[in-house]
Design a protein around this ligand. Structure first.
Ligand code: RB5
Length: 146
């Protein structure tokens, strides 16, 4: 079961193969999927892709985003510059669950050169199925926002 009804996914060239592999998994979950690119391994810049995914996520409160680059770091830096975005770079299932429970993360960042496809799928599964716990965690998010 997923908390979200749709997923907006994007990568640069260095995240293309992991994006394609994750899309196959997402399709099996009966989710709406929006792929904003990249559409090949031809070299491209990650900031515009991050911006596009974040804008779509901010326009639909039932959606989340997945951003993939080589390390996941560039995508997370770019995404977190956008107000309302809480992008979490995850390499473990524990981080994926905790960032949903505590940070209400709306973007999952992954690094194709860091995380294998099987682990990335397990991380994604937990990210999509874990919910925000609110309470003291909402207060802390409010402190970030304000
Ligand atoms: C591309 O070579 C690489 O720099 C990019 O995918 C990303 O890892 C940046 O943070």
């Amino acid at each position: 079961m997923t908390v979200f009804t749709s997923v907006v996914i994007g990568s640069d060239h260095a995240g293309f193969h992991l994006k394609e592999s994750l899309k196959k998994y997402l399709e099996s979950l009966n989710l709406k999927i929006f792929d904003v690119g990249a559409h090949s391994t031809e070299s491209c810049d990650y900031p515009p892709i991050a911006k596009l995914v974040c804008e779509k996520v901010l326009n639909d409160s039932e959606s989340c985003g997945i951003l993939i680059c080589g390390t996941g770091i560039g995508m997370s830096i770019a995404a977190n510059r956008i107000p309302g975005i809480r992008a979490a770079l995850c390499a473990t299932e524990f981080q994926a669950r905790a960032t949903r429970n505590h940070n209400n993360a709306n973007i999952l960042c992954l690094g194709e050169r860091v995380t294998g496809a099987g682990v990335a799928q397990a991380i994604t599964e937990l990210f999509l199925s874990s919910d925000f716990e609110g309470g003291r965690h909402q207060r802390r998010i409010d402190l970030i926002e304000n």
